[in-house]
Design a protein around this ligand. Structure first.
Ligand code: PMP
Length: 428
């Protein structure tokens, strides 16, 4: 290894600029909610590798499980020789998923792959082609998931045309200015203007918009969507890739809405830092695809499955779901205090579910005009003071909380103190 400067120069020469890094330093090691760079500087991690580390960096149980598996075998391909960890994880997810219907689970490797497969399964099960997604939704960077993603820059710029039969509708939020009734009416209009409901295989959305700004979708919206789907034979897909596994205080964020989706996509914090993703769904829907129609060389990697089982155990054993709820309350309170004290009228719409909390930075509270520049400055000032922050939102002006749920109160308060100092410097 070398200095950050030397590594950044090598990176610039060897790696395309299209894959951007939010932080200007290189990781050396990490533990729970702390990370050290190659120059020995310590950081508190509020980004958790983009919501992957609800159980923290290198949770001892997760590491033990993965290493134990690695010593026996690391890969067979489940499609060649199956192994127990895949089946056990599927059983675990089937039991955890909300609702009364019998479930089955497909395992893949990345979130985008999970969404791709959810769409394939929905098409096979319905014999229909169209998919409806929403403004500000994020579902991945592969061609179909990019088509579903409802934000142009930087994700879609230069990559079109996208696959056909993707339709888009609005969601309720303080920014869209629309309520649930208006958004359900917009769907009915879409059925008149663009696509007959009889052609629609699935409606896909996140229970809390992730990249779109940590905006919770109201329970009434989910109820309305469930009713529309039932009326027209459309499958309802909850993309829980960012909101799942305790982030919102429940196993799945959809539990807050008390609606049972037909399919759920999962990834990220399911395995505490190991790459595995999945589609959980009603058994008869999942079995619509003929043998051989689903899979991939690496899907359900054995080490990642073992890690996932340990991460799920840790979420349970360490009571991290109630911890998430408590952390959410703490962050809401602290953001309100810090805003009033340090950046009056610049922090707008503190929102979220459980510990999936975000706040927008604005130039003017009355008009809520987004301040992406201040947000960038805050992220940079925070980084200089030893805190990793990540922005999100349609206008890049929301700061989101993805801190490990295993972080101690001391670390959280230390991070919040850095947040306040960085904000003070950024607004100055
Ligand atoms: N869906 C959602 C809701 C996500 O947050 C993400 C990742 N940010 C994805 C899909 C894509 O996951 P991946 O990056 O693992 O492909």
């Amino acid at each position: 290894t070398g200095s950050n400067a030397a590594l950044l120069a090598r990176r610039a020469n060897a790696v395309p600029r299209g894959v951007a890094s939010a932080m200007p330093f290189f990781a050396e090691r990490a533990l729970n909610a702390e990370l050290w760079d190659v120059e020995g500087r310590r950081f508190i991690d509020f980004a958790g590798g983009i919501a992957v580390l609800n159980t923290g960096h290198c949770h001892p149980k997760v590491m033990d499980a993965a290493l134990e598996q690695a010593q026996r075998f690391t890969h067979t391909s489940f499609q060649v020789v199956p192994y127990e960890a895949y089946v056990t994880l599927a059983e675990r997810l089937n039991a955890l998923a909300p609702g009364v219907s019998t479930k089955k689970t497909l395992l893949v490797t990345t979130g985008a792959e999970a969404v791709e497969n959810a769409v394939k399964i929905a098409r096979a099960a319905t014999g229909r082609s169209a998919v409806i997604a929403f403004d500000g939704g994020y579902h991945g960077r592969t061609m179909f998931t990019l088509g579903l993603t409802g934000k142009v820059a930087p994700y879609k710029t230069g990559f079109g045309p996208f696959p056909g039969e993707i339709y888009r509708a609005p969601l309720p939020s303080n920014r869209s200015g629309l309520d649930t009734d208006a958004c359900l009416a917009a769907l009915e209009t879409l059925f008149l203007t663009d696509v007959a409901p009889s052609q629609v295989a699935a409606i896909i959305l996140e229970p809390v918009l992730g990249e779109g700004g940590y905006i919770p979708v109201p329970a009434e919206m989910w109820e309305g969507l469930r009713e529309i789907c039932d009326r027209h034979g459309i499958l309802l897909i909850a993309d829980e890739i960012q909101s799942g596994f305790g982030r919102t205080g429940t196993w799945f964020a959809i539990e807050h809405a008390r609606v049972e989706p037909d399919l759920i996509t999962v990834a990220k914090s399911m395995a505490g830092g190991f790459p595995v993703a999945g589609v959980i769904g009603r058994a008869e829907v999942m079995d619509a695809v003929a043998p051989g129609g689903l899979g991939g060389t690496y899907g359900g990697n054995p080490m990642a499955c073992a890690a996932a089982l340990a991460a799920i155990d840790a979420l349970d054993a360490e009571a991290l779901l109630p911890r998430s709820t408590a952390l959410g309350e703490l962050f809401r309170a602290r953001f309100a205090e810090i805003g009033a004290r340090t950046a009056p009228w610049r922090m707008w719409d503190i929102r979220g579910l459980g510990a999936m909390i975000a706040v927008e930075l604005v130039t003017d509270f009355e008009t809520a005009a987004p301040d992406a520049e201040l947000t960038k400055a805050l992220v940079d000032e925070a980084q200089q003071r030893g805190l990793i922050l990540l922005a999100c939102g349609m206008h890049g002006n929301a700061i989101r909380v993805m801190v490990p749920l295993t972080a101690s109160d001391e670390i959280i308060e230390e991070g919040l103190a850095i947040f306040e100092a960085a904000l003070a410097a950024a607004v100055a």
